[in-house]
Design a protein around this ligand. Structure first.
Ligand SMILES: Cc1ncc(COP(=O)(O)O)c(C=O)c1O
Length: 382
């Protein structure tokens, strides 16, 4: 049977490719973004309690009230923003689902969405699955700031939305206050919506503060803000997240959500809600910052070029021009095969496969994993 594909991204994601290669060559996997250390035992215990208790049947479509309230309180505490737990928060099976569902709730055929590249790999397929078109604007290497005049030039009468991501995967860049003002000035007076991917909001370093779209009164009115518990509680495999949007957008979102997932894993919602109700949660940002620092200290003598220490996220970019002139995908495959360390090349994060000759390391790993990986890379010198 010949089944036509729904969108242009018919290949396999680079994460699947590199993780597969890592397994094949018994390489240390610094390619995919997930922690290799245990989550907090207290959270695991809450999940156990939920499954043993009466939390095993369908949750309400928008999510357990106790979890939505815990999120609202958390935002009041951390960002001083008031969120209506009933009208503005929807629990989702992860951030990726939140992004797809947000797009699906408003995109029509032939609409355009501006995507800043390099970009997380689901954005463009999600736009195209809706019959819409991704209009790509490159961030400026090697620091990956936004070229706001290029964004402005990309806006047409068909532009329905822009998707943005800070802290940024794959580059570790973080937006400044000024970036938000530039975005506000571009969308002002238009019908453009904003999908603000903030899954790494708590993984931000060197004293930088995450500024959320929810703190920008003007932008908030037209934005879906996307969050993932996986990145905050070191449990990416739970695939739990949430979307915050003003009531009209939340209503549109839930119209789609009710027929896609309908509702989300009840025991996990219970466990996270109970866990969030502790007076003090572990500081995942500080923990990840020390991992970044440790990784960079280990890499200090190696011939990779660090243009800028990651300001946020799980990821550190590195140039390899002193080692090889292979294209980035070939270089990453070679490193996996020959030195048994899997990384991710950056060109697959561009629609046109632009090659900045950079690879991405995930440092959200145990110290021993980072040590072993860098020890293997050290052999590149010989
Ligand atoms: C930028 C970005 N957005 C969204 C996600 C998705 O998060 P989740 O695992 O909750 O679907 C990821 C995960 O890697 C990501 O890097």
């Amino acid at each position: 049977m010949n089944i036509p594909f729904k969108h242009s991204a018919t290949g396999t994601t680079i994460f699947t490719v590199m993780s597969g290669l890592a397994t094949e060559h018994q390489a240390i996997n610094l390619s995919q973004g997930f922690p290799d250390f245990q989550l907090d035992e207290k959270l695991a215990a809450q999940l156990h309690e939920a499954a043993l208790g009466n939390f095993n049947q369908y949750a309400p479509m928008m999510g357990l009230p106790m979890l939505r309230q815990a999120i609202a309180q958390d935002f009041l505490k951390r960002y001083s923003v008031a969120i209506d737990a009933d009208k503005e928060i929807t629990i989702t099976p992860g951030g990726t689902y939140g992004i797809y569902t947000a797009f699906t709730s408003f995109l029509q055929k032939d609409d355009e969405v501006i995507v800043l590249e390099p970009a997380y790999d689901s954005y463009i397929p999600n736009i195209e699955m809706n019959g819409a078109k991704a209009v790509c604007v490159s961030l400026v290497a090697p620091h990956f700031q936004v070229d706001w005049s290029a964004v402005k030039a990309a806006v047409t009468t068909k532009t329905k939305a822009i998707i943005i991501n800070t802290p940024h995967n794959p580059t570790g860049a973080v937006w400044s206050k000024n970036d938000w003002e530039e975005l506000a000035s571009i969308v002002r007076g238009t019908d453009m919506l904003v999908v603000s991917d903030e899954v790494y909001e708590q993984l931000i370093f060197d004293g930088h503060q995450h500024f959320s779209v929810l703190q920008h009164e003007e932008l908030r009115e037209r934005s879906f803000a996307i969050f993932s518990f996986g990145k905050v509680f070191n449990n990416t495999g739970w695939k739990m997240g949430y979307v915050i949007a003003p009531p009209t957008l939340t209503n549109a979102f839930r119209h789609i959500h009710q027929y896609l997932a309908f509702s989300v894993n009840t025991p996990a919602q219970y466990a996270i809600a109970q866990y969030m109700n502790q007076p003090q949660l572990p500081n995942v940002g500080a923990m990840m910052e020390s991992k970044r620092n440790y990784f960079l200290s280990l890499m200090k003598d190696l011939p990779f070029t660090i243009h800028q220490p990651a300001l946020g996220s799980y990821f550190q970019l590195a140039g390899y021009e002193k080692i090889s002139d292979l294209p980035d995908l070939e270089f990453a495959k070679w490193l996996t095969r020959e030195y048994k360390v899997a990384t991710v090349p950056i060109s697959p994060f561009y629609k046109n496969k632009k090659d900045d000759r950079l690879i991405r390391f995930c440092f959200a790993k145990k110290e021993s994993t980072l040590e072993e990986a860098v020890e293997r890379l050290r052999r590149v010198l010989n």
